[in-house]
Design a protein around this ligand. Structure first.
Ligand code: SAM
Ligand code: SF4
Length: 344
């Protein structure tokens, strides 16, 4: 990848403000819609992926991210699909790391299934990444195989070990799934906290067609919390990581548990983020279909004026919130695209 210009920052770059007064300071970038797993709640077994020719190049992704940094974004999370399966992804990560060095960006991070982490952990740390989210829904190798369809549990454990040794702080993200991992939540929590990792639980969201009925797997976190309260002492804490999780501290383990409840609790009022796909579509809300094409203005000229205007116009359309609902008998998901397109 060629070296790219430094952002044109003034010390007081004001953040972008949406029509509801929320500052947009967090950009999530799905660098690929492809993945080496096929988690049953996320993807169908046989997925049609985007043609490679439609993807933005790594240079284009860098230019787009840098424009967002110039416009006041302070945190970038790379996601997917599986971000670490995109060819030469470290070139992009290293390049974006320059914004951490200059102080233009507070955090560069990623969400990964950890399958490739053993290979990349040291390089990630070297590029300025300090914290990562690892998605892991079970500690039982057979159940792991069943939920990911293609995943290798041993590789994930090796990846976690390598990340810890590299000095990366890890948060485990688990989707709470009825009749799959609800009985395992306490043991996962104790395992994560025992190794100095925070953990966050996520409710399943109705995105994209999958083989099963989501109502069969939907487990409200209000119920998980009530169950955990019978075993542990949970205290609400104001801890924030810039994401939508609300945190509790568990006295018995001394660790933190985050709860992401898009369905039981509307988390939109403090939404500070937008999502970019690997083809340059900007989604202003995870739970809405409206998007803005940034690829055309990106490619229309070498300067960033058209792109910057297109971003402003898109932020001006950021909606108040999502309309997720999971109902028995509702055959279509609330949002047709899979989570792997926008990366969650
Ligand atoms: N492949 C990476 C991983 O799994 O960490 C990054 C992309 S993945 C789409 C991001 C997160 O979205 C994962 O934690 C995954 O469990 C979650 N996810 C995927 N589909 C979901 C759904 N329908 N509802 C809730 N979470 C979902
Ligand atoms: Fe891949 Fe992540 Fe989706 Fe699982 S959740 S299929 S690892 S993108």
């Amino acid at each position: 990848m060629k070296s790219i210009a430094m952002p044109d920052m003034t010390p007081s770059t004001p953040p972008m403000i949406d029509p509801f007064g929320r500052a947009v300071t967090y950009l999530r970038v799905s660098v690929t819609d492809r993945c080496d797993f096929r988690c049953t709640y996320c993807m169908a077994e046989h997925m049609t992926f985007l043609p490679k020719k439609d993807l933005l190049t790594l240079e284009e992704l860098d230019r787009l991210c840098t424009t967002f940094v110039e416009k006041g974004v302070r945190k970038i999370r790379l996601t997917g699909g599986e971000p670490l399966v995109r060819k030469n992804i470290m070139e992009l990560i290293r390049s974006l790391g320059r914004h951490i060095e200059t102080g233009a960006l507070d955090e560069l991070t990623l969400t990964t299934n950890a399958s490739q982490l053993a290979r990349f952990a040291d390089d990630l740390y070297g590029a300025g990444v300090r914290r990562i989210n690892v998605s892991l829904d079970t500690l039982d190798p057979d159940k792991f195989r069943a939920i990911t369809r293609w995943g290798d549990f041993g590789k994930v454990m090796d990846g976690l070990q390598a990340a810890r040794e590299a000095g990366l702080k890890i948060k485990i993200n688990a989707v709470a799934l009825k009749d799959f991992n609800e009985d395992e939540i306490p043991s996962m929590l104790e395992w994560a906290h025992g190794q100095g990792m925070d953990m966050t639980l996520i409710e399943t969201m109705p995105m994209g067609e999958i083989e099963e009925d989501r109502t069969d797997r939907y487990l409200p976190l209000s119920q998980v919390r009530a169950d955990l309260s019978k075993r542990y002492t949970l205290t609400d804490i104001p801890y924030k990581t810039g994401g939508p999780a609300r945190y509790v501290e568990i006295a018995e383990t001394g660790g933190r548990l985050g709860l992401i409840t898009p369905l039981t609790h509307n988390f939109c009022e403090s939404c500070n983020r937008v999502r970019l796909t690997c083809t340059g579509q900007l989604y202003m809300c995870l739970g809405q279909n409206d998007d803005a094409d940034l690829r055309a203005p990106l490619r229309a000229s070498e300067g960033n004026e058209l792109l910057s205007n297109a971003i402003d116009e898109a932020i001006g359309r950021k909606p108040k919130g999502h309309d997720f609902i999971i109902e028995r008998g509702r055959s279509r998901p609330a949002v047709g695209r899979h989570m792997s397109v926008t990366g969650g």
